[in-house]
Design a protein around this ligand. Structure first.
Ligand code: SAH
Length: 474
């Protein structure tokens, strides 16, 4: 598969500085999907073109287990992957053009921040949505598109067109923006998924699209397709793209008008520290405050809380538990468990188990965290969790967080009455949550305190609510 980018911005050979790749050389990169080669078919002061050629190794993909598990045997080997632009091309862009994608250029920093005349061509792009989808994706970003539908078979024109297109995008943009648009939108057109899409992909999407996707007219569809229809992830990404607190922007900007755009973006991004980050920071802060030495994170998911617990020197035993083996595999990867120094490794353990069944492995902890988990359980199952957690595991402290449904009206993209995640079985108001907490505290001998997480809205309260239970009876 082939991507070329051409500039006529004089001197055009400065493209070499922008990409940090010398135009006279051929540059090669080994990727898990195959080999990427960067070269310049033309490099004159008037016009310079860089080509990124990706040769996908279908057999290598099958051997390495990167091919999709559900592909039939034949499909794994015989498919269009080597020829068409897919998410593998994004990976290649991320590797071969890493510094340019981040807007960095050692020798031409001003040029990296300048909109210049650029044209990108993708030789073969699969697009079941046809020319209209290509227009809808790229035109709002300011590109003039030229789309040519490729025939199904050149020898039999009567068979009509294929779902493959050759695309040219022309615009006056910064190179980093063009690369970021391609990085996100090529996988949007790629119907197959070649990797497990997890929360890391949300991070990547936000990193590459935080400033342009929020105002894109079809941002929902882009987020959903990029995250391969994992609706809960798409919702999470959109939640984080829209400003977390609608009031947050009313404050005076700390930046004056001539602050460079990149710095401005960074500050803007930092202003929107994600709710998830705040939630986990708050939980870690409470774990430290009560002086817990052993902590079990129930429904740990991909293990985002665990690194924060590892950072607390007072905690010497950490267990992450989840019902999902896949989530635990992701957690082990994220934590680099296999490469962890032995003393660290001895502090942490991942367990597969269910919160709905009594489990001796969960007993004897100072503290249990149940972060954004209860709302995933059907009410009758919640009753099972209550006994497993408060009666059988019976830790000294319990921290529970859950969305505050009153806050939902502040999310512009959330239809009235809808839940924040497709998998939520309920979302509670502050009163409902506190009524549940008081009942558990009375039944099982705990006292309970509440804390808000995220910026509190005067009427609806905070986006997330937290309860800290402390055991009063033995
Ligand atoms: N606590 C994590 C993940 C929240 S998502 C975080 O804040 O990032 C909810 C998690 O609960 C998922 O990982 C899901 O697999 C897990 N879960 C759902 N039902 C469960 C059950 N019965 N037992 C254990 N974990 C469960």
């Amino acid at each position: 598969m082939l991507l070329t980018i051409t500039t006529t911005h004089a001197p055009a050979t400065d493209m070499g500085f922008l990409l940090e790749k010398h135009p006279d050389k051929v540059h090669e990169f080994e990727l898990s999907s195959g080999r990427a080669t960067v070269f310049y078919p033309e490099a004159t002061p008037e016009r310079c073109t860089v080509a990124l050629l990706l040769e996908v190794d279908s057999i290598g993909l099958v051997r390495s287990g990167t091919a999709r598990q559900s592909d039939s045997n034949m499909d794994q080997y015989v498919n269009d992957r080597p020829y068409v632009a897919s998410s593998f091309l994004s990976v290649a862009i991320g590797t071969a053009f890493r510094s340019a994608l981040a807007g960095k250029s050692r020798h031409r920093p001003e040029l990296a921040n300048m909109a210049i005349a650029l044209e990108a061509r993708i030789a073969v792009l699969p697009c079941r949505g046809g020319e209209k989808l290509l227009q809808d994706l790229f035109a709002p970003l300011g590109y003039t598109t030229q789309v040519i539908r490729l025939p199904l078979d050149t020898q039999f024109p009567e068979w009509g067109g294929s779902p493959y297109y050759s695309l040219s995008l022309r615009g006056h943009v910064r190179l980093q923006d063009l690369l970021r648009h391609l990085y996100v939108l090529i996988p949007v057109l790629d119907d197959r998924k070649h990797y497990w899409v997890g929360e890391d992909e949300v991070e990547k999407l936000l990193r590459q699209a935080s400033d342009w996707l929020a105002t894109h007219p079809i941002k929902e569809s882009i987020a959903r397709r990029y995250l391969k229809n994992r609706r809960s992830l798409a919702r999470m990404a959109l939640e984080r793209l829209t400003v977390e607190d609608p009031d947050e922007d009313s404050g005076e900007s700390a930046l004056d008008d001539d602050t460079p755009q990149a710095a401005r973006r960074e500050v803007e991004l930092e202003k929107r520290v994600s709710l998830q980050v705040r939630r986990l920071d708050k939980v870690a802060e409470l774990v430290a405050a009560v002086g817990a030495r052993s902590v079990v994170d129930l429904g740990c998911g991909e293990g985002q809380l665990l690194p924060r617990l590892l950072k607390l020197p007072t905690v010497d035993r950490i267990v992450g538990m989840d019902v999902s083996v896949r989530a635990l595999e992701r957690a082990a990867d994220r934590l680099h468990l296999d490469r962890m120094p032995p003393r660290q490794r001895a502090r942490i353990e991942l367990l597969q188990g269910s919160l709905l069944y009594r489990d001796q492995r969960l007993e004897g902890f100072d503290l249990a965290t149940v972060i954004e988990v209860i709302e995933h359980l059907d009410p009758p199952r919640l009753q099972a969790l209550e006994r497993v957690l408060f009666e059988a595991a019976h830790p000294t402290f319990v921290i529970v967080t859950t969305p505050n449904s009153e806050y939902n009206v502040n999310f512009q993209d959330l239809p009235a009455g809808a839940f924040r995640h497709a998998d939520h079985r309920f979302e509670w108001t502050r009163q409902e949550f506190q009524a549940w907490c008081t009942r558990q505290a009375e039944r099982f001998g705990y006292s309970v305190e509440y804390a808000p997480i995220g910026d509190e809205h005067a009427v609806t309260g905070p986006p997330t609510q937290l309860a800290l239970f402390s055991r009063t009876a033995q």
